[in-house]
Design a protein around this ligand. Structure first.
Ligand code: SF4
Length: 399
């Protein structure tokens, strides 16, 4: 698996795995991605990382700035934006910054916002927020998955984090009898590879995991649900109790249990409740838990909230709709790629001046008043929080 210790290597920042990565130029301007073994990557590869170099030549790559209808150099556009924004007070201005950019840039932006009394919001994939809210922001090393006797996968980690699949397969093939149990709302990649599948309706997953946690001895879940037993939770939600009881007996009777939690947007309802119940279930079993965040640095969110009073996109949408927000600067993220139109449109239409900085053209950028091109994250160097929660230095790997 990707090594975490060798700081200063190039890394793919497309997800929280931060795999060591490299680029190879054929001398004719064609750059392709490589995963050199000497960088610490000796197993598996995800197709997103493998095709990342393609973005360099993508037709949507943004290369010049724009103020209104007029194209211009980035520094000239920035000067115009600063001049126009200075007519408004700090409290009427907000900055939305992508959390997956190098930490140094995110912190510098946060410090500037605090100095100018500007509202700061941080963008992270909506799928990460339930895990962050449940305090699940760091994973043990992925190689340790192979030591488990049984792994319980909640959600579909093989789809959200393909490189984790290699460690799980090591566990399954490494010794007879080691098992992968998938609890999910549909049969995904993990379900197809599992030795045992438990299918639960998307609206009932939180109830199923809560009942399982209670049956495994998680007192905190039982108290939060008014002292209900697993059987009572199942009866209230029309979940067959014998499936919960059977799985609880397996888990309690196994020495080394590992739990992998993956959340992809819309796969199940009440994801914060699922994350909280999985956390308590793992603690009650004494199991190792691998919560899989989507974005690198999502673990930074609680610290940004505490230290800089950072809020999130929901807060900005409310401020935009309420008319409090006159100037909005969006740095490094594309709300139109994830949020429905009814949510991102007010962000770009209600303020009087909207500035967007990004690498690839998008609907949000096209609707903004001013735009400047940003380097791709892999053309920068800096620090990210790896999936274990440790800072890892990386260097640029694309020219
Ligand atoms: S798993 Fe994530 S970090 Fe690794 S290559 Fe794929 S997208 Fe990049």
């Amino acid at each position: 698996m990707p090594s975490r210790s060798d700081d200063g290597v190039p890394r793919c920042l497309l997800c929280s795995m931060d795999c060591p990565i490299g680029a190879q130029d054929d001398g004719l301007g064609h750059v392709s991605t490589v995963f050199p073994a000497e960088l610490g990557f000796d197993q598996g590869a995800c197709v997103r990382g493998l095709t990342a170099a393609w973005v360099l030549q993508a037709p949507d790559r943004l290369l010049v700035g724009r103020m209104g209808e007029e194209e211009g150099a980035a520094d000239a556009v920035l000067r115009d934006v600063v001049r126009a924004a200075s007519r408004y007070g700090g409290s009427q201005t907000a900055v939305l910054v992508d959390v997956s950019r190098p930490i140094e840039g995110v912190l510098a932006t946060a410090a500037l916002c605090r100095e100018g009394g500007v509202r700061l919001a941080v963008w992270a994939p909506p799928a990460d927020l339930p895990l962050v809210k449940a305090g699940l922001t760091a994973c043990p090393p992925f190689g340790e998955i192979a030591d488990c006797d049984l792994v319980l996968a909640v959600g579909d980690p093989f789809s959200t984090h393909p490189v984790v699949a290699a460690s799980v397969r090591d566990m399954q093939f490494g010794a007879r009898g080691r098992r992968l149990v998938s609890v999910d709302t549909a049969v995904g990649r993990t379900g197809r590879a599992a030795d045992e599948r438990v299918a639960v309706g998307p609206m009932k997953l939180a109830g199923f995991v809560a009942a399982l946690a209670v049956e495994c001895g998680a007192q905190a879940v039982a108290s939060a649900l008014g002292g209900r037993s697993g059987r009572e939770i199942c009866a209230a939600l029309d979940i067959p109790f014998e499936r919960v009881a059977g799985l609880a007996a397996r888990l309690k009777g196994t020495d080394k249990v590992g739990v992998i939690l993956s959340n992809s947007l819309g796969r199940y309802s009440a994801p914060t409740a699922v994350a909280a119940a999985v956390k308590e279930l793992s603690a009650a079993l004494g199991a190792r838990l691998w919560p899989l965040l989507i974005a690198t640095n999502s673990a930074l969110l609680p610290r940004l909230r505490r230290r800089f009073g950072a809020t999130d996109t929901e807060d900005l949408i409310r401020a935009a709709e309420g008319g409090e927000l006159k100037v909005l600067c969006v740095i490094g993220c594309d709300p139109s790629s994830v949020l429905p139109q009814r949510l991102w449109r007010p962000l770009v239409e209600k303020p009087e001046l909207v500035f967007w900085a990004g690498s690839l053209r998008c609907a949000f950028g096209d609707a903004a008043d001013a735009v400047v091109p940003l380097t791709l994250p892999w053309q920068e160097e800096g620090t990210v929080l790896s999936s274990s929660g440790e800072p890892a230095r990386f260097v640029a790997w694309l020219p």
